[in-house]
Design a protein around this ligand. Structure first.
Ligand SMILES: Nc1ncnc2c1ncn2[C@@H]1O[C@H](COP(=O)(O)OP(=O)(O)O)[C@@H](O)[C@H]1O
Ligand SMILES: [Mg+2]
Length: 544
């Protein structure tokens, strides 16, 4: 009917001008737009004569279900009204008050849509145009690269185009994962496909590498999400280029690694320095300790010469000389072996008992203890299977012998973890400091009784505490905070290096996860080493 009117004669022209002047937009569809009036073209932003022949899907978004069902299927007696979404020529959406009815067109049903082009629909189109303009201002001036894709890119803002180096036309031929570096490509492709399948999940600020058109690799931080465009699922992404930051960060990390290594090497050097410093004094006392066995062996040789001259060199005499000399030599060998053991760094972290470290340290220190007339007392308050109390007394019975008395030593099942030789160094540092403090107090006349070092082992809320107390007068309160600083010493340059306690803290706190505390007791300083207690299931029965 319309077609007839459109196609012929003056009547048709008259009719059309009437239709145009009624102030409503009119569209007639039958698969395609087969008629529209100029009000409809104007309202939807199409140039005159360009709307006819268009596919309805270009004018009505697919998600306007009512309308689409009315348009795309054979319809009879359709009559409905309400607000429906129209898509203008610029792609903006406008909700316009409309009426739809089916009409008869050349024996087939067609659909006629009349819609309001006056306000408020007019305003709405304008508003949408403004919104679109705002969207463009926003995205086109954004510092973030923004893109929208379906299976290929459908939109990218200028920032994204400039960062990737591609034109919009080129991107329209590309899937979003194509410019992603192969390290991240699989992950990105999986996510893109999940979004296109309609899965909604937030992905904020993950990093990925992209390859620009010129082949440059850039690192970007991306936030993506799933959106709906024209009734289909799509993905949107917003990217910030962080390549410069990343470079800076990588550089910093490298620097930190280098510095850490340097520091570690310096600390290793310090460990060795401090070991040697502590050993210096000790070696002097070994030399002293060797005097006696050496002179004993010398006297044996003299005696042998004399006995030979007097003809008394028989088997019994030779055996006696052999046994006596061997005893002296094995004492000397043992002393050296103890020192060599101590100097060798421990190779592996291991579980060891306090006594495993304490006893050899005391053995080495005993030479010093003897020459400084010190007594060392050990009290064990650790809860063990067999006994609650253990006491080890080390006292000199002669100038070349140390007598160790171990009483009530129960099952040896209290372990700590770390490097045993380093821990021996810790103990030796503290013993040496105690010995120095006692010697200086004696020299100054503030200590008149004999020097004493007491070692106490105790349980401390599931941990072990080893207290080492002396009677050397203590540390002046104003210095107590400084004594762990590297190179802090109150001794002469020959006597002190100031690295002993620094190493004590580094070994206990960094390598063994423990703690070192210091306070002044009644007669001198008290150093406490607190360590985690470990149990060994196959504990060996041991003695001190
Ligand atoms: N048992 C102690 N009694 C008194 N002062 C101590 C004791 N232990 C350490 N100090 C003080 O702490 C300082 C630092 O000790 P340390 O780091 O071992 O270096 P060094 O023994 O080479 O001086 C010592 O010089 C001394 O003043
Ligand atoms: Mg010291």
């Amino acid at each position: 009917m319309i077609g007839e009117n459109c196609s012929s004669g003056n009547n048709a022209a008259l009719l059309l001008s009437v239709i145009d002047s009624i102030g409503k937009g009119i569209l007639v569809f039958n698969g395609k737009v087969i008629y529209c009036n100029s009000a409809a073209e104007k309202a939807l932003g199409y140039p005159a004569g360009s709307l006819e022949g268009k596919d309805p899907s270009e004018i009505f978004p697919v998600d306007s279900k009512l309308l689409s069902s009315c348009l795309f299927e054979e319809i009879y007696d359709c009559e409905m009204g309400g607000e429906f979404n129209f898509q203008t020529a610029s792609g903006a959406l406008a909700a316009l008050k409309s009426e739809i009815r089916s009409i008869d067109f050349e024996g087939r049903s067609a659909c006629m849509v009349t819609f309001d082009v006056s306000s408020p629909a007019d305003k709405q189109v304008k508003k949408l145009a403004e919104t679109e303009q705002l969207f463009r201002i926003l995205t086109e001036n954004s510092f973030a690269g923004i893109y929208i894709y379906k299976d290929k890119y459908i939109y990218a803002n200028p920032e994204y185009l400039s960062k990737t180096g591609y034109s919009m036309d080129e991107l329209k031929q590309m899937s979003p994962w194509e410019l992603v570096h192969e390290d991240d490509r699989r992950f990105v492709k999986e996510n893109v496909l999940r979004r296109l399948a309609g899965e909604v999940f937030d992905q904020k600020y993950h990093e990925r590498k992209i390859i620009t058109k010129s082949g440059e690799i850039r690192t970007v931080r991306v936030a993506t999400n799933t959106v709906m465009i024209d009734g289909e699922f799509a993905g949107i992404g917003s990217t910030i280029d962080i390549s410069d930051l990343k470079q800076l960060q990588d550089g910093l990390e490298e620097k930190v690694r280098e510095e850490t290594l340097k520091r570690y090497e310096q600390e290793q050097l310090l460990v060795q320095q401090s070991k040697l410093a502590e050993m210096g004094a000790m070696l002097r006392s070994i030399a002293h300790q060797w005097k006696q066995p050496l002179s004993a062996v010398g006297m044996l040789l003299q005696d042998m010469t004399r006995t030979f001259s007097s003809g008394g060199l028989d088997k019994e005499y030779i055996d006696w000389v052999h046994d006596t000399a061997s005893e002296q030599i094995s004492y000397m060998t043992e002393t050296v072996r103890d020192f060599m053991d101590f100097l060798r760094p421990s190779k592996e972290r291991s579980l060891f008992t306090i006594e495993d470290a304490l006893w050899p340290t005391l053995k080495i220190f005993s030479h010093q203890a003897i020459s400084h007339e010190l007594s060392i007392e050990m009290k064990c308050g650790l809860k063990r299977d067999a006994s609650e109390e253990m006491s080890v007394r080390i006292k000199s019975v002669s100038s070349s012998n140390i007598f160790v008395d171990c009483e009530n030593c129960g099952r040896n099942d209290v372990y700590v973890e770390g490097y045993r030789n380093e821990f021996m160094q810790v103990l030796l540092n503290i013993f040496n400091n105690a010995k120095d403090a006692i010697a200086s107090a004696k020299k100054q006349g503030t200590l008149t009784e004999s020097g004493r070092i007491t070692v106490r082992l105790a349980d401390l809320e599931g941990r072990i505490s080893i207290d080492i107390e002396d009677n050397g007068g203590g540390i002046p309160e104003e210095l107590i905070k400084k004594i762990f600083d590297p190179y802090f010493t109150t001794k002469s340059s020959e006597q002190g290096s100031g690295i002993g306690l620094y190493m004590v803290r580094a070994i206990v706190e960094n390598n063994m996860g423990g703690e070192v505390r210091v306070r002044n007791g009644k007669a001198g300083a008290v150093f406490s080493i607190i360590l985690d207690r470990h149990m060994k299931s196959t504990s060996a029965a041991g003695s001190c």
